[in-house]
Design a protein around this ligand. Structure first.
Ligand code: NAP
Ligand code: GLV
Length: 309
């Protein structure tokens, strides 16, 4: 028996249909209609409430309905003996490549400046610099970060990436480990955060690290809101060290209506939409994991609890 838990903006019926395209007889319940809790074997979740999974004693698999699993690992009562799997999905990666390319090119062509000039009805053309003069740094070179870095390098930008272990990616300079972070930041005019949120990466973008970026640098955060110390980011922009930020994720979502990001002239806000899971694309992988779990096999993309991602 499958239990679906997802955010209000997602429709569980669409997920149930996408799964039944592979297994027409699949039995699916939608939270809060759990029925007999002991019957639930597979929990397919996005942002489950803390304690929910601990109340399902028959669980064989916890499947994240997104790439990240911080929304599951943050539960202090998470049953630690049940495998947790995340999605690795081409459509999710494609959307992120599209979104980050948009943000990077908007910054490169100074669209924010032209928006401000438009509001003042001022015609002030300026020449753009060559793409190769824009140094982009991608924090996190995993499935999504590596694809983003490769796509940006393919456009001709000067791209580097930061990871825990050394990585070899064509046309992407690699900086690995905490000891290489400052050198990586010092050469990143446009910084893209695509890290998972873990105890090690929480608050990684703070007064010190933002200060290590070059004068006038720009920050794009599509990882998680917890990566940014928001007051430090605003101070770095208002103090003139950073030229602005493009943010898709926030410490508190939805972003509270009185949050200073909403009205800041140098900040672009989108409501956590950089890459959204498409059930039609991801269902095959979820079904495969359900079948593996039934046979007692390892799921695809099982997450290492000790690494936290
Ligand atoms: P992934 O494959 O797990 O890759 C994570 C990357 O981060 C790896 O390169 C890893 O290094 C690096 N990393 C982790 N901890 C590190 C540390 N302490 N120091 C340096 N590097 C570290 O993850 P993914 O599939 O690319 O997804 C990344 C994140 O994107 C997700 O966790 C999620 O938060 C976010 N996301 C956001 C959206 C959105 O709509 N905004 C959509 C999808 C995903 P190694 O390679 O050395 O292991
Ligand atoms: C979205 O944020 C995801 O982790 O898939």
């Amino acid at each position: 028996m499958v239990l679906l838990f997802m955010s209000d903006s997602d429709d569980p019926k669409v997920w149930a249909e996408a799964l039944r395209a592979f297994e027409p007889d699949l039995q699916v319940r939608v939270w809060p209609d759990v029925g007999v809790a002991e019957e639930i074997e597979f929990a397919l979740v996005w942002l489950p409430p803390p304690g929910m999974l601990a109340g399902l004693p028959g669980l064989k698999l916890i499947q994240s309905l997104g790439a990240g699993i911080d929304h599951i690992f943050s539960d202090p009562d998470l049953p630690r003996d049940v495998p947790v799997a995340r999605l690795v999905d081409d459509e999710l990666t494609r959307q992120m490549v599209e979104y980050v390319t948009l943000a990077v090119l908007s910054r490169h062509r100074r669209i924010d400046r032209y928006r401000r000039l438009q509001a003042e009805r001022r015609w002030r053309p300026s020449r753009s610099v060559p793409l190769s003069a824009s140094r982009v740094g991608v924090l996190g070179l995993g499935v999504i970060g590596a694809a983003v870095a490769t796509a940006l390098a393919g456009l001709g930008l000067a791209v580097a990436g930061w990871s825990r272990a050394p990585k070899q990616i064509d046309r992407v300079e690699n900086f690995a480990g905490a000891e290489r972070l400052d050198a990586f930041l010092a050469r990143s005019d446009i910084l893209v955060c695509l890290l998972p949120l873990t105890p090690e990466t929480e608050g990684v973008l703070n007064a010190r690290t933002l200060g290590a970026l070059p004068e006038g640098a720009y920050v794009i955060n599509v990882g998680r809101g917890g990566h940014v110390v928001e007051a430090d980011l605003i101070a770095a922009i208002d103090g003139g060290h950073l030229s602005g930020a493009w943010l898709d994720v926030f410490r508190s979502e939805p972003l509270p209506s009185d949050h200073p990001f909403w009205s800041h002239p140098c900040v672009t806000v989108t409501p956590h939409v950089a890459a959204l899971t498409e059930p039609a694309s991801a269902a095959a992988q979820v079904i495969e994991n359900i079948r593996r779990a039934r046979r007692g096999r390892e799921p695809l993309h099982r997450v290492d609890l000790s690494a936290g991602y």
